[in-house]
Write a protein that binds this ligand. Structure first.
Ligand code: HEC
Length: 148
């Protein structure tokens, strides 16, 4: 019975990406979700700034905890940019040039993977470089796709 429950829950986890577009009952739910994810990502990314600048002695546990949250968040918002979720805070090119938007999201996730490696390394110079690359990824996408 336990095995069965486990198999079912694993099957559900495996099905999540396929169902992602149907996760939100209303466009407003998707918009709130992606903004909340961005806010959490921004908060935990910001907590890394003093380490990256060299203003705070490296605390490996704190750095790794914040990087893990940035990494988890970096996977989430993209499915919440579904059809019908346009607002005055986002550029229509998210939909008309969706390949470029996806590329920007992939770039972020690639840079966050390097940030995870830097967080493991305990090396300040490596952390600074990786942090800068992620910040540039955030900015590049915002410059192209976010309206203020
Ligand atoms: C691939 C594109 C993309 C990347 C990469 C990206 N963002 Fe965003 N971000 C957006 C878009 C689009 C919005 C506007 C979303 C909306 O209002 O629906 C946004 C909004 C935000 C907001 C405002 C949320 C709110 O409450 O309105 C914050 C904060 C934010 N991003 C932080 C970040 C940080 C920090 C990074 C990098 C670690 C990042 N973003 C990477 C596209 C991106």
């Amino acid at each position: 019975m336990k095995m069965f429950a486990r198999a079912v829950s694993l099957a559900c986890i495996a099905a999540v990406p396929v169902l992602a577009h149907a996760q939100f009952a209303k466009p407003q739910d998707a918009i709130r979700y992606r903004q909340a994810v961005m806010t959490v990502m921004g908060s935990h990314f910001g907590r890394l700034a003093p380490y990256a600048r060299g203003d705070k002695p490296l605390d490996a546990a704190d750095i790794q905890a914040n990087v893990a949250l940035v990494s988890a968040m970096a996977k989430l918002p993209w499915n919440a940019f579904g059809p019908g979720t346009q607002t005055d805070k986002v550029e229509d090119s998210i939909w008309s040039d969706s390949a470029k938007f996806k590329q920007a999201a992939d770039r972020l996730q690639g840079d966050v993977a390097k940030l995870e490696a830097a967080a493991q390394s305990g090396d300040q110079a490596q952390l600074r470089t990786a942090y800068g690359a992620v910040a540039a990824s955030c900015k590049a996408c915002h410059d192209s796709f976010r309206k203020r």
